[in-house]
Design a protein around this ligand. Structure first.
Ligand SMILES: Nc1nc2c(ncn2[C@@H]2O[C@H](COP(=O)(O)OP(=O)(O)OP(=O)(O)O)[C@@H](O)[C@H]2O)c(=O)[nH]1
Length: 605
């Protein structure tokens, strides 16, 4: 709804109305100014073209779209110089102040004040004077020359009062309030904001009102007074929505999101940022976008979403390259630090903390050195904390090593104990086995019933003696003894008593025979006597002694004079004829047979 203008001055009047009007909506102004400057170009209206372009530039600045603003500034500056329109040059100089601030050329800014101030002296127009002082005051505010800002803004206020521009007065009061807030005086700031609000309501500038509400909310938020801050942000959003100022809505949402981040309401913060982000994207406001993303990063790391945080960090890297401010780099690094700390990478965290310490130093060279000191202490504390964490980690590793050594020791103790137990068991088993073997060996050579050497044992002994006699001069006499009528005894008194008789006979043999003579159970009731170095005569004497002892032997279950007799056959080894032991035993058996036949109870040699 652009009017057709027949003259350049008509167009200029319209442009000025638009600029000073109550409903300065930056987005609409950008659109209208674009059409106006195209129109002016067609008509070759250089001055109207300049004013329209400058209006567009100011609208970009109001949107904080610094990139576009700078581009336009560079484009129209040469033309402005050529035409030498005083007002447009003043306005461009004022815009330059903000562009330099927004692009980080802080050092250059103070040098821009003097030419502007001399322009203020030159002009008679209170409104223009007011604008110049306002621009310088804002710039001083931005560069934290707060004392200077208050002085300059008060002059601006007076000029606007003179000019009767209520909206501008309200803006200046709002800027003064910002300066007081920055100085740490919230009460004074709030008072200024309230007066500013009253004026803007009188003036009916809704856009201005939303900006003041936003600033008021921001001041409360800075002081950690979240409740009024949230209230004023919500009010600002309502007005911005009413006038269709989507960027204003996004700014206030961003303000609320930052509070949500401070209050660690991560989900709420993320929701708000999600709303605000595309608006800044669309407007090409990369500066705001970059901060919104940092807040997203904070909310993600706060909600332990490391992957999302890292994604944000990756995406935000582009803003570092395009010459970002120290404070942006600080916040960016802060995210890296938090991620590193979460991941336990304290080395990177400390590197970045050190880098941030350097950045802060740089930042505070133009700010308050006391604040830098405070931050230095804070950072040093955190560096220490992280070093402690590193030490603690090392400690944990050492503890683990000690535990490992201890468990190794325990393992060795268990191995030794088990080994010893195993060895003991083996030794005990060996002892048992040896004992058992001896027992079995004994059992193998003993007669169970009479506990005298069995047939195998006595034959083994006889064989040894046989070989001895064969190879030496020693003699060997073998005798066979058989109890008489033993079958009858068994039949008459029972088998058990027969056993008793056998035991008693073995007992008698054991007691009566000399050490060098051995006897053993040769068969049922048959006994073999081996007598080394014993003559036949001596062997006959053995028979007599044995018979005498046997007759006196008391046997369980039989009368004292038991009357059981035995017969004996004796043979002596003959080196020339006896090929083996059995030959000798055979002859003894023959003699025994003879003794039995000749009436028993006798010995035959
Ligand atoms: N109680 C008992 N009897 C046995 C044992 N061994 C053999 N006998 C018995 O001894 C008897 C041997 O009998 P015989 O060989 O006929 O001879 P005998 O009755 O002694 O008669 P003569 O030798 O001719 O005087 C048998 O009845 C066997 O059962 C034993 O360990 N215990």
């Amino acid at each position: 709804n652009i009017q057709e203008f027949s003259t350049e001055s008509e167009a200029l009047t319209y442009i000025e109305q638009l600029r000073n009007g109550n409903s300065f909506d930056p987005i609409n102004v950008v659109e209208t100014a674009t059409l106006l400057l195209q129109d002016s170009q067609i008509n070759n209206w250089d001055i109207a073209y300049l004013y329209a372009s400058n209006l567009k530039l100011e609208a970009f600045l109001a949107q904080e779209n610094i990139g576009k603003a700078e581009e336009l500034y560079k484009q129209i500056s040469p033309l402005a110089k050529k035409i030498d329109d005083p007002l447009i040059n003043i306005r461009l100089m004022m815009s330059e102040l903000y562009i330099e601030f927004a692009t980080g050329n802080i050092e250059k800014i103070p040098s821009l004040y003097a030419p502007l101030l001399s322009k203020a002296e030159e002009t008679e127009d209170a409104a223009t004077k007011g604008e110049i002082y306002q621009a310088i005051g804002l710039s001083q505010n931005n560069t934290l020359d707060l004392g200077g800002a208050v002085k300059t803004l008060k002059i601006a206020y007076e000029q606007f009062e003179k000019a009767g521009d209520i909206n501008a007065q309200s803006e200046v009061l709002s800027s003064l309030a910002n300066a007081f807030a920055e100085m740490g005086d919230l009460n004074l700031a709030v008072n200024y904001f309230r007066t500013s609000l009253e004026l803007v309501e009188q003036g009916g500038d809704l856009f201005g009102k939303s900006v003041i509400l936003y600033n008021l909310a921001n001041a409360y938020a800075e002081f950690g007074e979240y409740e009024p801050a949230e209230r004023y942000f919500v009010d600002a959003i309502a007005i911005s929505k009413e006038i269709g100022d989507t960027i204003g809505v996004a700014w206030a949402e961003f303000g609320l999101a930052k509070i949500a981040v401070d209050k660690e309401n991560w989900t709420q913060a993320l929701d708000l940022l999600k709303e605000a982000k595309p608006v800044f994207e669309e407007a090409g406001d990369l500066d705001s976008l970059s901060y919104v993303m940092l807040s997203q990063g904070e909310a993600y790391i706060g909600s332990d979403n490391i992957a999302k945080t890292e994604e944000i960090i990756r995406q935000s890297e582009q803003f570092l390259l395009s010459g970002s401010s120290e404070s942006y780099r600080l916040s960016y690094n802060e995210l890296l630090i938090k991620v590193a700390e979460k991941k336990g990478d304290y080395k990177t965290a400390n590197e970045k903390l050190n880098e941030n310490f350097g950045l802060l130093r740089k930042l505070y060279e133009i700010e308050n050195s006391q604040q830098a000191q405070r931050h230095k202490v804070e950072f040093e504390t955190r560096i220490k904390e992280n070093q402690n964490q590193i030490l603690q980690k090392e400690n944990e590793v050492n503890q683990l090593k000690i535990k490992e050594q201890q468990s190794q020791q325990h393992m060795w103790i268990v191995i030794i104990v088990l080994g010893s137990a195993f060895l003991t068991i083996v030794i005990v088993l060996l002892i048992f086995q040896t004992k058992n073997r001896n027992r079995f060996k004994r059992m193998a050579l003993r007669d169970d019933l009479t506990n005298s050497p069995n047939r195998r044992a006595i034959l083994q002994f006889a064989q040894e003696r046989f070989l001895e006699a064969k190879h030496t001069d020693m003699t060997l006499t073998i005798a066979l003894i058989d109890l008489d009528f033993f079958k009858k005894l068994n039949d008459q008194y029972g088998h058990e008593l027969g056993d008793n008789v056998l035991k008693a006979f073995a007992d008698t043999c054991l007691n009566s025979l000399r050490k060098q003579n051995r006897f053993g159970r040769y068969g049922g009731e048959e006994w073999l006597l081996v007598m080394a170095n014993t003559s036949i005569t001596e062997a006959s004497l053995v028979f007599r002694r044995l018979r005498a002892d046997w007759n006196n032997k008391v046997i369980d279950g039989l009368p004292e004079k038991h009357g059981i007799s035995f017969s004996m056959g004796i043979a002596q080894f003959d080196k020339h004829t006896d090929q083996n032991l059995h030959a000798v035993i055979k002859r003894a058996d023959d003699k025994l047979y003879e003794a039995k036949n000749q009436g028993r109870d006798q010995v035959i040699t």
